[in-house]
Design a protein around this ligand. Structure first.
Ligand SMILES: O=C(O)c1ccc(O)c(O)c1
Ligand SMILES: [Mg+2]
Length: 598
């Protein structure tokens, strides 16, 4: 199916928006009146530019407050419309969107609405234009899609059809099944948008919080299935009013948008993409740092052993149980210092995983970094984190371990079983994109978004995981773009006995993140503990949480650069990440940073 995007969904000037849409592979655009009014290009030049870019102008919009008004007002509306139809002829646009009136002058009279829209369509036809009538969720008298359709049906005019917009339909909780009662050829246009499920005024919700399908809480695919059953064969067009996208660079947003449509088309059986290859675990996490020493001390205290080194690069492999950490001090290390730069994902089919990622517009990285290296399939996630699709110890596939030479020191049995989860802080404008990326590209499941209070801002956090928890990635985003505490990333290590692991860490010279006494007083109020249990947590800086399934106990190391570690013990199927404790953890990290200046 053809794909289209509304210029309002992208940031920048009209030409920047058109360039971004074309580069991301869209077939067409909806041109918003404001973008045209603000452009120095004539309509003919815009038309030529679109043609050069291979874009069709699928819709011009919006026309407002048109119908069900007193005759004198309607005469003025027709005059305005004539101007716009002339403009559309110059622009090469053949469909105009008319949204249901919000004017106080409009009356609740469907017959009048139908009659005036019919006269509008008469005029439109003279210019070769079709009118698509859309119910705004906050329309004064017409606010549901079925009501808008009844009016269009009453008018019975060949140049008048309806425009369906998933936001208006799903935000009001309308049953989308009724869409199937509309003949496909009378659906002149289809706009798609998702949104997080928020309890708020629907106009504000629509104008500020829309997002691309798959990034919010609506069943956009379910709605689209109903539309496709009507035989609709016009474009799938994204119309997303979003405060973040308005500010973020247009090109990445356009790619995010296209990826969203590809995933959606696949969900409704209208696109065939390489199957998702769901990773089964984390093969390794790679840290880059200019100085390996602090990590050597920290990993040593956590019970890791330096088991191998890379044959060609300054990269050390540290191991404990199934937890593998690469510490890379190579010159290729990015200038922004110490950070979690790459994740090795254990993949049943590394090449297939890369094909899926590429089909979903992820940048593919070179398979071989140096001539002597083992070839590895890798792509970049939206935040730049490199994802390697790995096979560990499978003879038929290239093994990343083959690039490493053993140090002769076997891993100690220190109590860490493996990597429980990785927490990646996302740039402010990539949070929704990241969740959709991990779901669409890797086949992970997105969990609920939670808000976490940081003393200096608010964090949002959302986990993406495999069904069995073999891979868990916690995506977070903060409001303060320059704050390194908020921007820290971490590696959570799974243990079956966090008390023993924390004691061992201390005894080996590790310094845990100190937790205030007030926290433990509150725990005592909230939960009942066995004798001495709370005192142990207090002594070791262990935090405690519970859900309906089980118990979570966890503690943190100090931060190096942007990276810290967490020791976690999950019991009884606890599913979360200790979000309830995150404000205390963040405050403690700020306090340490204030003391040490780092
Ligand atoms: O918010 C609005 O006014 C508006 C305008 C045009 C649309 O297609 C729409 O869905 C909303
Ligand atoms: Mg709309």
């Amino acid at each position: 199916m053809r794909t289209s995007i509304a210029t309002v969904s992208l940031s920048g000037s009209l030409t920047e928006k058109l360039d971004a849409a074309a580069r991301a592979g869209f077939d067409g655009v909806e041109i918003f009146e404001n973008d045209l009014l603000a452009s120095p290009l004539t309509p003919e030049e815009i038309r030529a530019r679109c043609a050069d870019l291979g874009l069709t102008v699928d819709l011009y919009q919006p026309m407002r407050d048109m119908e069900a008004v007193p005759e004198a007002e309607f005469a003025r509306n027709l005059r305005r419309a004539r101007h716009k139809f002339e403009l559309m002829r110059r622009l090469g646009a053949d469909t105009v969107l008319v949204c249901s009136s919000v004017s106080p002058q409009a009356v609740d009279d469907d017959a009048l609405a139908a009659e005036q829209l019919s006269r509008l369509a008469d005029l439109a036809r003279e210019f070769g234009v079709r009118v698509a009538y859309e119910a705004l969720a906050w329309g004064r008298h017409v606010s549901t899609y079925d009501h808008a359709w009844r009016i269009v049906e009453t008018a019975g005019h060949p140049a008048l059809g309806t425009c369906l917009d998933s936001f208006h339909i799903l935000s009001r909780g309308s049953d989308p099944k009724g869409i199937e009662d509309i003949p496909g050829e009378k659906i002149f246009f289809l706009q798609l948008a998702d949104a997080p499920l928020l309890a708020m005024d629907v106009l504000q919700w629509s104008r500020h919080y829309r997002c691309f399908p798959g990034q919010g809480g609506f069943d956009v695919a379910g709605m689209l299935r109903h539309v496709l059953r009507t035989g609709y064969d016009g474009p799938l067009s994204l119309e997303v009013f979003n405060d973040v996208f308005r500010q973020a660079e247009a090109s990445p947003t356009a790619v995010d948008a296209r990826r969203s449509l590809l995933v959606l088309q696949e969900a409704v059986g209208r696109a065939v993409l390489p199957e998702p290859v769901v990773p089964t675990g984390v093969a390794f996490a790679e840290l880059v740092t200019p100085d390996a020493e602090p990590f050597a001390a920290l990993l040593g205290a956590l019970g890791f052993t330096r088991t191998a080194r890379h044959r060609g690069k300054p990269v050390a492999l540290w191991e404990q149980g199934d937890a593998r950490i690469l510490v890379n001090t190579g010159p290729a290390v990015r200038r922004d210092g110490t950070q979690l730069a790459a994740i090795g994902l254990e993949s049943p089919d590394p090449a297939g995983a890369a094909r899926r990622a590429e089909a979903l517009l992820a940048p593919v990285l070179p398979r071989r970094r140096a001539p002597e290296d083992v070839p590895l399939d890798a792509v970049a996630a939206p935040d730049g984190t490199e994802l390697f699709f790995c096979a560990t110890g499978r003879p038929e596939l290239p093994d990343w371990r083959a690039d490493f030479e053993d140090t002769g020191r076997p891993p100690a049995a220190g109590g860490v079983r493996g990597i429980d989860h990785l927490a990646l802080t996302q740039p402010w404008h990539h949070f929704d994109e990241a969740a959709l990326f991990y779901r669409g590209v890797l086949g992970l499941t997105t969990r609920e978004s939670v808000d976490v209070a940081d003393p200096y801002g608010l964090l949002r956090s959302r986990a993406v995981t495999t069904a069995d928890g073999g891979v868990r990635i916690a995506l977070t985003v903060g409001a303060a773009p320059t704050d390194d505490t908020v921007h820290a990333q971490h590696i959570a290590l799974a243990t079956d006995d966090v008390v023993a692991a924390a004691r061992r860490f201390r005894a080996a010279g590790g310094s845990p993140l100190p937790v205030p006494a007030n926290y433990y007083d509150d725990l005592a109020a909230r939960f009942e503990f066995a004798d001495g249990e709370l005192e142990t947590y207090r002594e070791l800086g262990i935090l405690y949480d519970r859900d309906d399934r089980g118990v979570f106990r966890h503690c943190y190391t100090r931060t190096i650069g942007r990276v810290f570690f967490e020791l976690v013990q999950r019991d009884g199927g606890y599913r979360g990440y200790g979000a309830a404790n995150a404000p205390v953890r963040l405050a403690a990290q700020h306090a340490v940073r204030a003391l040490t200046g780092g």
